[in-house]
Design a protein around this ligand. Sequence first.
Ligand code: NAP
Length: 263
Amino acid sequence: MTLPIKASDLFDLRGEVALVTGASSGLGWRFAKTLAANGAKVVIGARRVDRLQALADEIKADGGEALAIALDTSDHAAIRNAFDEAEKAFGTVTLLVNNAGVSGTKPTINVSEQDWRDVLSVNLDGVWFTAHEAIKRLIAADRPGSIINIASILSFRASKTLAAYAASKGAVLQLTRALAVEFARNRIRVNAIAPGYIETELNSDFFKTEKGEYLKRGIPQRRIGDPSELDGALLLLAAPRASSFMTGSVVTIDGGQSISLDH
Ligand SMILES: NC(=O)c1ccc[n+]([C@@H]2O[C@H](COP(=O)([O-])OP(=O)(O)OC[C@H]3O[C@@H](n4cnc5c(N)ncnc54)[C@H](OP(=O)(O)O)[C@@H]3O)[C@@H](O)[C@H]2O)c1
């Protein structure tokens, strides 16, 4: 048994180089700020570079280190380029937050082949190629690492008009487990966070509508979550000391929604 450790040491991310995909808004924005606030150098990727630059400026103003990179995770060459740029600036990426995602809500009968591909190419292919690139480079550098995939309660529950999204997020969970098992021997941990409804600029108007209010009543805590309520799980899975024996796990953060039969 080792001596007790202080929380500030347990979750210290100094020495880690993080890549957060989809950091230009919502949860990714918050993830990048939280990792930087705890010492990680963060590389932030998404398509809206102006927003990434604003985030990088905020992180730097708070005393952190950040690099904004244009990244479309449905483009494999862009993924490789992001890792190259990250390595040039900070060294090997040791912490990947696979967060970029789209919902593609549409009645299934109207979903075209292109609609399906648009969701799967970001939510599944993008997660796979980004994780694959991270793993190859960690092994080549002989470094341990942590990959955190952002799944959803729709990874294990279903909802109308979200078939492609639910299929992609279910696959993300299995991908998490498959990679965890295969790369444990390389000291690479792969875990997932499955959020329920979390307020971001994308859905905040919806939750003020009658349908949104109805939905909230089905959540045992009777409210949706705030992005800050994912901080603890993020830091737990990111910090090598805090979760050294955790891999293939999924942390669900949903106010009890996914285990409730009540409405
Ligand atoms: N909020 C929730 O209630 C909730 C619940 C469960 C799971 N999630 C998951 O959490 C993640 C973040 O969602 P959010 O709520 O924060 O939504 P959001 O505010 O819409 O953020 C999505 C992010 O993904 C990026 N993105 C989309 N397509 C991309 C692509 N092709 N390449 C690179 N980046 C791309 C967007 O940036 P650009 O447009 O600038 O590229 C944006 O930064 C998603 O995976 C989502 O499925 C969210």
